[in-house]
Design a binder for this molecule. Structure first.
Ligand code: AMP
Length: 405
């Protein structure tokens, strides 16, 4: 079935056209710099191993124009794979925050849209563009079932003692302030793949899934369900990230405001855009920092130590709350590619059952793999994430359960 997966950002539309349930990716693309003088459209058609690439450099004033360009590329006789926009039967939208109301993937109704809008106060950078993507897709792909796949839904199984903050009660009851968690589609995807690798039912596996991209989060998975996660009501806390600070004493932020006179808007920018690896080294790309580290750069060494130390602290605490763990899973840009980070984050954990094989960890591969030593009680896997496929899978699942189709 022709399924379009859409991830709409404030100035971008990322898309994949997938044949479900097979998961065959037929087209991928990115519309960038919407609203700027010069926009960029990068489109790729993948057929039988052959890639057909095209890049356009043109003004894209609005998301609607951007989505129309996506539609015209998908229906193009050379670069496209369908003849009409009505050939798209299913659109899966990534929506960052579904709140408590939408704990699972949902067919988009006016109620879903108004909830996404209401939750924009908590996710101001993500929910509004996600909603724009839904509105324009509804206008263009009129024959398709539109489905919202929430980044937060995998974490709806967190117990109250994990998702509540120890703030006065009314901040939760009246203002919905709690841990929601993010990167849920990625944690859920690798959980499903890990079950296959372990040859077990997903409901019978316990994992620690570690998503290390530019944003980073770690999740405790018990019996296939998320029971704790490092991001919170916002994506700022937890692990050290490319530009986000991760866990920090809230008193530090108060000090910045009260004693250093930095206003709250600027503090927000600093902790989200100027901190993490960028704050420590000037760079947010782990590849560059690793190069500097290997040349003996001290700032790079501190940054990688801090980054991996934080991961290790979370691994320890999640081992305590989960009980018997079958595997830890590294995923996303850093987790999939950096043997240095994987080694630093798991070093000296053999007493807890975690030990990597030096050879397997350092061998280059793009496929999912077991990198643990033969004696390790807990497996260590590297599983490339595939959030687009997970969105398509969940959207397809809901589509097939519809009586009307
Ligand atoms: P993501 O957000 O999942 O696309 O991950 C992006 C990040 O992955 C980049 O900013 C890099 O820091 C990191 N990354 C990508 N390739 C490598 C690599 N070969 N080695 C180390 N880090 C990498």
């Amino acid at each position: 079935m022709n399924t379009l997966v859409i991830n709409t950002g404030s100035s971008s539309i990322k898309y994949q056209f997938i044949d479900m349930p097979f998961g065959t990716v037929l087209c991928t693309g990115l519309v960038e710099r919407i609203g700027e003088e010069k926009g960029i459209i990068t489109h790729r058609k993948l057929i039988e191993g052959e890639n057909l690439d095209v890049v356009y450099d043109e003004n894209i004033a609005t998301h609607e124009i951007g989505m129309e360009r996506v539609a015209s590329l998908l229906t193009d006789s050379h670069y496209g794979v369908i003849t009409n926009t009505s050939d798209v039967k299913l659109v899966g939208h990534r929506v960052v925050l579904g709140g408590e109301k939408f704990s699972t993937t949902s067919i988009i109704t006016s109620e879903v849209k108004s909830t996404i809008e209401k939750l924009s106060v908590i996710a101001p950078l993500h929910n509004p563009p996600n909603l724009t993507g839904i509105h324009v897709a509804e206008q263009i792909f009129t024959d398709a079932l539109q489905v919202a796949v929430f980044d937060t839904s995998f974490h709806h199984t967190l117990p109250d003692y994990a998702y509540r903050y120890a703030l006065p009660d009314h901040f939760y009851t009246e203002h919905d302030m709690r841990v929601y968690g993010f990167h849920g589609t990625s944690h859920q995807y690798v959980t499903g793949r890990a079950a296959i690798m372990l040859k077990k039912n997903v409901d019978d596996i316990n994992l620690i899934t570690i998503h290390l991209g530019n944003g980073a989060s770690i999740t405790a998975v018990k019996n296939g369900k998320s029971i704790d996660t490092s991001m919170g009501m916002t994506p700022t806390p937890g692990l050290v990230m490319g530009t986000r600070v991760g866990d920090i004493d809230p008193g530090v932020l108060i000090y910045m405001q009260e004693s250093l006179g930095i206003n709250i808007k600027e503090i927000k920018r600093i902790i989200n855009k100027e901190s993490g690896l960028k704050g420590l080294t000037g760079f947010n790309d782990v590849r560059l920092i690793q190069e500097l580290y290997l040349k003996g750069d001290q700032k790079a060494e501190l940054a990688l130590n801090l980054y991996s130390y934080r991961i290790k602290k979370y691994i320890g605490s999640y081992l305590a709350i989960i009980g018997n763990v079958d595997a830890i899973v590294f995923t996303a840009g850093v987790g999939e590619n950096s043997d240095i980070i994987r080694k630093m984050a798991t070093d000296n954990l053999s007493h807890l059952g975690i030990q990597l094989s030096e050879e397997l960890n350092t061998s280059k591969s793009k496929i999912e793999r077991d990198i643990s030593s033969e004696t390790a009680k807990i497996k260590t896997f590297v599983i490339p994430t595939n959030e687009e496929f997970e969105i398509a899978r969940q959207a397809y699942d809901i589509f097939t359960k519809q009586d009307i189709f």
